[in-house]
Design a binder for this molecule. Structure first.
Ligand code: KET
Length: 452
């Protein structure tokens, strides 16, 4: 088990840890002189110079920076497989039909106003979101043991949940899988938690390192927080089986480890909303407590609307009420209250049986298109006789394939083929189409036969 640089002592207070993390963040990659210049007199800008002149250029984000590089490329054959955002067969972003219908309904309703929402967001949206993830018949919902707050998509939900735990939970360490979505360590460190990793992926099998996972969670201190990808693990596309989830659940409950689920892809893994929520529901069914961060970015295509929810399942209704009161104290100074539009769209779709059914069909169509891209890419490599075992392309689940290509190979593919992807070799299958599969297969074939 590894402790990363970004983690800090678990004995300091959340605000100390946050300040420490911010300092490390600010001074990363600088030498001692430059570090001290951060604290030089703020008015020492020099003759007409800026007081910010000492700033070093920060690198672009490892995922979102790929799109920036792609946008700058004038090549007509360029292909963006970086960010996890769905594209149609024509390579275009998709606004779901149900979303258009819901928006029309909202616009036609002249009684709608633009007042502030409560700190916890749109209450109907919160109730419907809890039902969507925990199941309509969830005992926790029936017993009023769940509190749900609308947050700024998945990222905001993780951030609010992280800060709530840093303030009120007795253990300040969160274990995240190795590897994981690149924003996780930053979100939780800045929320005031210490971040450690547990083994997850085995590059030699391109599958789950289940033994390593169990060993690391067994060795974690009693009560530690554990970040779990609910489904469609990012970036590996490797999920535990339901039997493995059951073993993880038993182990975690026996050690009082606190599950914090990140559900950014509900419906995208299997095509079914209920199937993809099963691991979470297994943990709810045992009566224990947990957190879950939900995002509607991918499954409703509401990326830029920033709509998501944080639910905390508690053991008793009175506790859930007090938890909610404390969540409000986390949210109010952060962004006061969440936006109204995206949550209203989701509420319209989730409350209406017809729209809901239509949504599930559109979602299934997106998931199916991704699965068909997996098959096409696999076949294209087979047809080219590309050396190596590529069955992981069809075995992995969700939006991404973790190809196993190394950073040198990725950069060659970008330079020579104008194919953009994250340097860890992750490709967004949702960005691929039947027309672009041959180009990608040519590039992969070239790069693996080149021995870069
Ligand atoms: N969790 C995971 C696992 C995740 O992959 C993402 C986004 C999020 C949370 C946050 O999504 P939000 O838009 O805040 O609801 N991942 C894709 C986009 C990004 O990096 O922001 C990606 O990995 O490409």
């Amino acid at each position: 088990m590894k402790t990363n640089d970004f983690s800090s002592s678990s004995s300091s207070s959340p605000s100390d840890r946050r300040i420490g993390a911010l300092l490390r963040h600010l001074t990363a990659g600088t030498d001692a002189d430059r570090v001290s210049s951060v604290f030089a007199s703020p008015t020492s800008g020099g003759a007409g110079g800026s007081v910010f002149a000492h700033l070093v250029q920060a690198p672009e984000d490892a995922i979102l920076g790929v799109t920036i590089a792609y946008n700058k490329d004038p090549s007509p054959i360029k292909l963006n497989l970086g960010v996890g955002a769905y594209r149609t067969e024509e390579g275009k972003p998709l606004v779901l039909n149900v979303v258009r219908k819901a928006e029309q309904q909202l616009i036609n309703d002249r009684s709608r106003i633009k007042e502030y929402l409560p700190i916890v967001g749109l209450v109907e949206f919160n109730k419907l979101s809890a039902k969507l993830i925990l199941g309509a018949d969830s005992p926790a919902i029936r017993e009023n043991r769940v509190t749900t707050v609308e947050c700024l998509s998945g990222t905001g939900s993780l951030r609010v949940g992280g800060e709530f735990l840093a303030r009120h939970y007795h253990q300040k360490t969160i274990y995240i899988p190795q590897p994981t979505w690149g924003n996780h360590p930053k979100i939780f460190t800045l929320a005031g938690l210490s971040v450690k990793t547990y083994r997850y992926y085995d590059p030699s099998t391109r599958g789950l390192n289940f033994q390593g996972l169990l060993e690391d969670l067994s060795a974690a201190p009693q009560g530690s927080i554990v970040l779990l990808h609910a489904c469609a693990h990012n970036p590996t596309g490797v999920d535990p089986t339901l039997e493995q989830w059951e073993q993880i659940r038993k182990l975690m409950r026996s050690k009082g480890l606190m599950p914090f689920f990140d559900s950014a892809y509900q419906g995208f893994a299997s095509g079914s909303l209920d199937t993809d929520a099963k691991p979470i529901r297994m943990f709810v069914a045992d009566g224990g407590e947990l957190l879950v961060a939900q995002s509607y970015a991918k499954n409703m295509g509401l990326y830029g609307e920033r709509v998501g929810a944080l639910s905390i399942v508690c053991k008793a209704a009175d506790v859930a009420g007090r938890v909610e009161s404390q969540l409000k104290l986390v949210i109010r100074p952060m962004y006061s209250n969440p936006p109204i539009h995206g949550a209203s769209i989701v509420a319209v779709i989730l409350r209406d049986r017809n729209l809901f059914n239509e949504w599930t069909l559109e979602l299934k169509a997106m998931a199916d298109r991704i699965i068909s891209m997996r098959k096409q890419l696999f076949e294209a490599l087979r047809a080219r006789g590309t050396p190596g075992d590529w069955t992981h392309i069809i075995k992995q689940i969700g939006m991404f394939t973790f190809t196993g290509l190394n950073p040198a190979q990725v950069s060659y593919m970008t330079k020579e083929y104008h194919i953009y992807m994250t340097s860890d070799g992750r490709i967004s299958m949702a960005g691929l189409s039947s027309k672009t599969v041959p180009h990608l297969a040519d590039a992969i074939h070239a790069v693996v036969t080149k021995a870069l």
